[in-house]
Design a protein around this ligand. Structure first.
Ligand SMILES: NC(=O)c1ccc[n+]([C@@H]2O[C@H](COP(=O)([O-])OP(=O)(O)OC[C@H]3O[C@@H](n4cnc5c(N)ncnc54)[C@H](O)[C@@H]3O)[C@@H](O)[C@H]2O)c1
Length: 388
């Protein structure tokens, strides 16, 4: 094959790194996954998908047939000339330091004229610091920030359909990255580091704001004893301007909260509209707890769905899980049910619905997994947190 690249993905066993590694491998490139999580690496080697992602299992099968390599040893990247960094990041100082340290190790290790692609969500300050790294310049390593914009669960589809934003110091530096993504059949657009960093963060802050604003309306309706479900339905009938309005519900997950926080920290201030939106989500959670206290006086609940969004097995920054903890603190006995999770993988005792169905008639639906539609909820008192 003409354009065969040697690609290493550092953090490659994670939610972003793994689908990306498999997709790059499926295009005939030599791929190395470097990750510190040995347990997940051995699952990949055994053709198991370590987390839910549509189509991932068959991509892992294919990648293993294509001899995808996995290692915990970062030094192995020195034989590769396109290096992705897909580490988990946040706006917390220790996470930033960890990311920074790893990137300088990578710069130390890679050979001259390699290509470094930052894929993790990072701020413009971090990108600028890396771009000014002395060794990076001496070794003539080309740097690019190529933000990931997929929605978890649908990444293998979106990797192929969403255009790639490529940012670099200048157009000339961007060219090898443009060619690389072209070889993967991914359309790309080139911009500056500043624009790409702003674009990635503001897009998630926008989505956070959009979802939260609906929760604010829900809060107002609740306080005024108005049935928001009924109004939403009526408002949308033959009224296209509201047809894309999301439903109320928890705004959680690994990206929206943290990226909004980073965006505020970087560009805005604590008094901004965005910062105050966080209060609406706190109030939304308080109202759900209040509803439980009023409607479930015996303080027993079967909670359906624990992950941060429907049909996912990701518990990171899940507000359904936060609610579970808050309800426990309020003295409720809560029986969590989530077929997408296994008790042994998390610090939470889960139940099958059949095991607990006779314990109480009180049901709280916190994440709208498909499996919930199969359950018999007749004769139950149901509170639904939202429809996201
Ligand atoms: N999850 C999403 O939906 C999503 C969407 C867009 C962007 N992002 C961004 O992508 C980045 C990665 O997110 P994620 O959800 O894949 O995180 P993740 O936690 O699933 O994956 C990170 C991986 O890095 C590995 N790792 C940690 N330290 C390491 C080290 N020193 N060396 C090698 N590997 C190491 C971890 O073991 C893990 O497998 C974050 O910046 C996130 O904000 C995530």
């Amino acid at each position: 094959m003409l354009n065969k690249y040697k690609v290493a993905v550092v953090g490659g066993a994670g939610h972003i790194g793994l689908p990306l590694s498999c997709y790059i491998s499926s295009k005939g490139n030599e791929v190395l996954i470097v990750d510190i999580d040995e347990k997940v690496l051995s699952k990949i080697n055994n053709n198991e998908a370590p987390f839910f992602e549509d189509g991932l299992k068959s991509y892992i099968d294919k990648a293993n047939k294509n001899n995808i390599q996995t290692s915990t040893d970062l030094k192995k990247i020195k034989d590769f000339n396109f290096i992705f960094v897909t580490l988990g990041t946040s706006s917390e100082q220790d996470e930033i330091e960890k990311f920074r340290g790893l990137v300088s190790e990578i710069i130390d290790l890679v050979s001259i004229e390699s290509h470094l692609i930052l894929r993790s969500t990072v701020s413009i300050d971090e990108i600028n610091k890396i771009s000014e790294n002395k060794l990076l310049k001496q070794k003539n390593i080309k740097l690019s920030y190529c933000p990931e914009r997929i929605a978890e669960g649908n990444s293998l589809n979106e990797l192929q359909t969403l255009p790639q934003i490529i940012s670099s110091k200048n157009k000339q530096d961007a060219e090898p990255f443009v060619q690389f993504f072209k070889s993967l059949d991914i359309k790309s657009y080139v911009t500056s580091f500043e624009n790409a960093a702003f674009l990635k963060l503001f897009s998630n802050a926008y989505r956070y704001a959009e979802f939260t604003l609906v929760n604010e309306f829900f809060n107002i309706a609740e306080e005024n004893n108005i049935n928001f479900d009924e109004i939403m339905e009526l408002a949308k009938i033959d009224y296209p301007r509201l047809s894309n309005m999301p439903s109320y519900g928890f705004v959680g997950g690994p990206c929206l909260i943290k990226d909004t926080k980073t965006f505020i920290g970087q560009y805005s201030n604590e008094k901004s509209v965005l910062a105050s939106l966080q209060e609406s989500n706190k109030e939304f959670m308080n109202l759900i707890i209040k509803k439980c206290l009023i409607n479930f006086p015996d303080k027993k609940i079967i909670q359906l769905g624990m992950t941060f969004k429907p049909n996912s097995d990701d518990l990171r920054s899940s507000l359904a899980y936060d609610l579970y903890k808050r309800l426990n603190a309020e003295g409720f006995i809560v029986y969590p049910v989530d077929l997408n999770l296994k008790s042994e993988d998390i610090e939470l005792e889960l139940f099958n619905y059949e095991e607990v169905v006779d314990k109480t008639d009180n049901l709280l639906i916190t994440t709208q997994h498909d499996f919930i539609n199969e359950l018999d909820l007749n004769n139950k008192k149901v509170i639904t947190v939202g429809y996201k």
